[in-house]
Design a protein around this ligand. Structure first.
Ligand SMILES: [Zn+2]
Length: 327
């Protein structure tokens, strides 16, 4: 081969690499642009054949309180498609306490006492992209509140990711309830995942969402059988992710949606996370889209329903903060 032919081949390889790089870059950039999920692709999510909330006056005296225990920061562009590159998005880490005459429980646990050690289980790229800021852990806030803290009988988790279970380590006596699908998923996870590291010290209690359809969900679990607390599947982010309806006597209704979306915009637009974030955190993105559209249809039917994504601090501000309670 002459040196001229060699140069020609080299030049072609170089041009090919530059074009591939430019195309790849353009593709990556386009994955962040605003794009509404095609709602019409999921018609089954708009069938409301299930139970609904009984008349508020017949509900028991249930109250809720939200405890913030940390923050994370990232660009809004990584939170949902169409999010701004210049806006700094502040994620809230939180736990919700539900007080019911038959027992009080924790829903998610947020950052715990050992959060700095736990954060090492975050995906590497996520550690590079997001900063976090621990606040007083839930267990400590409850201890400090003394008399206004309820006796907790158990904990439920929306899913098994580290930032939802870190605080569970501070509650070694609580049984931790998670869906059967999530428990099976945890079994398959590698040992670096925080839930796997905590597992020997946690009392995991799998349960089935095997109750009747509820609103536009095809199955549910009415925890106390009185319509006040109803769990529903929100699979996709993880195989066994779940949401929690809390229906209060005042007529106020909440739906805590875990990490289905990180911001309320994800439900309202509706818009999924950009590709890079989906790669990092979602197990089944098609299921995530279906679950998002389901909740989107729900808020179209019930505009007063307060949807609370686990990390949307702006929505957390609409939920009464501990040590105060909303009934
Ligand atoms: Zn998650």
């Amino acid at each position: 081969m002459s040196s001229q032919t060699g140069m020609r081949i080299l030049r072609r390889i170089l041009i090919f690499l530059i074009v591939a790089l430019l195309l790849g870059g353009a593709l990556l950039a386009s994955s962040f642009t605003a794009k509404r999920i095609d709602v019409s692709a999921y018609p089954e999510t708009n069938t409301f054949s299930g139970n609904t909330v009984p008349s508020p006056s017949s509900l028991p005296d249930v109250s809720i309180s939200l405890i913030e225990c940390g923050k994370m920061y990232s660009k809004a562009s990584f939170v949902y498609r169409g999010g701004s590159w210049s806006e700094q998005y502040q994620s809230g880490m939180a736990a919700v306490i539900v007080r019911h005459p038959l027992g009080s429980f924790l829903f998610d646990a947020g950052f715990g006492t050992n959060v700095r050690q736990h954060a090492a289980s975050m995906p590497w790229l996520m550690q590079k992209l997001a900063n976090y800021d621990p606040e007083t852990p839930v267990a400590e806030q409850l201890r400090n509140a003394a008399t206004s803290a309820p006796q907790l009988s158990r904990a439920f988790i929306s899913h098994s990711h580290w930032d939802h279970v870190s605080g569970l380590e501070d509650f070694p006596d609580l049984e931790v309830w998670l869906t059967r699908e999530e428990a099976d998923y945890v079994e398959r996870l590698p040992s670096r995942e925080l839930i796997k590291q905590l597992q020997p010290r946690l009392k995991l209690h799998p349960f089935e969402l095997s109750g009747p359809p509820y609103e536009n969900f095809d199955r549910s679990l009415d925890l106390y059988g009185d319509g006040s607390v109803v769990f529903v599947p929100l699979e996709g982010h993880t195989p066994g992710s779940m949401g929690m309806f809390v229906n209060l006597r005042s007529g106020k209704r909440y739906l805590f949606t875990g990490d289905l979306t990180w911001a309320l915009e994800g439900i309202e637009i509706p818009a999924e996370r950009p590709w890079m974030s989906r790669r990092l955190v979602d197990v089944d993105e098609e299921q995530v889209r279906r679950s998002i559209v389901r909740v989107h249809n729900l808020i179209l039917k019930y505009p007063d329903l307060i949807v609370v994504p686990a990390h949307d601090r702006r929505v957390h501000d609409r939920v009464t903060r501990f040590p105060d309670w909303e009934s």
